[in-house]
Design a protein around this ligand. Structure first.
Ligand code: SAM
Length: 211
């Protein structure tokens, strides 16, 4: 499959709903975010290994999470789990120059590689990469309009709820039972009340917390 065929398939299957998400995914070169030997598979709809035992998420999951969170132009977004930096680049296209993506990765080698690629591909002024335990968020950059977590948590981290703006949305996979993860959409109402919607069963690498 090539990029255009993949995006057409994701639209047909309902993972991409908005034109701006389709355009963002058409713009970002996924082949730049995978190891050289896996480039021929860059436009297959599946996760691929990126080293350090981690993966770049499948394109349908990247699209689905962006749509589920309603990420839009001007948003200030926190991503927990930078991995390759691909998801951050797609979100950077969607938020545009008025928005910003803060992304945090616990494995320094991955964070460094992602930062280098994002800068090389021209996303350096729209994406800031941090190294650390993202389950604690990035307090100095909070609050965020949207939070995307790309690794499965045992429960929703309190600190991330605190760093979500009133009216904000977080999308996070939660391991409800061993080996069984569900993608949650968490709404924080303007008066600070939390409402959780369960979207679908998923399979992510675990969110590894320092404490
Ligand atoms: N969004 C990524 C992409 O586009 O390539 C895919 C991310 S991968 C599925 C999940 C990432 O979360 C891994 O790189 C892993 O090291 C990272 N991770 C796991 N626990 C973390 C934590 N507590 N804080 C920050 N990153 C974490």
């Amino acid at each position: 499959m090539n990029k255009e065929e993949l995006i057409a398939k994701l639209i047909r299957e309902g993972y991409i709903a908005r034109k701006e998400v389709a355009e963002a995914m058409l713009k970002v070169p996924r082949e730049e975010f995978v190891p050289e030997e896996l480039r021929p598979y860059a436009y297959e709809d599946r996760p691929l290994p990126i080293g350090e035992g981690q993966t770049i998420s499948a394109p349908h999951m990247v699209a689905y999470m962006i749509e589920a969170a309603g990420i839009k132009r001007g948003d200030k977004v926190l991503e927990v789990g930078t991995g390759s930096g691909y998801h951050a680049a797609v979100m950077a296209e969607v938020v545009g120059p008025e928005g910003h993506v803060f992304t945090i990765e616990r494995i320094p080698e991955l964070a460094e590689r992602a930062k280098e690629r994002l800068e090389r591909l021209g996303y350096g002024d729209r994406v800031t990469v941090y190294v650390g335990d993202g389950s604690k968020g990035i307090p100095e950059e909070a609050p965020f309009d949207k939070i995307i977590v790309t690794a499965a948590a045992k429960e929703i981290p309190e600190e991330l709820l605190r760093q979500l703006k009133p009216g904000g949305i977080m999308v996070i996979p939660v391991e409800e039972a061993p080996g069984f993860q569900v993608l949650y959409r968490v709404h924080k109402s303007p008066d600070g009340k939390i409402r959780i919607e369960k979207l679908l069963p998923v399979m992510f690498v675990p969110l590894v917390s320092d404490s």
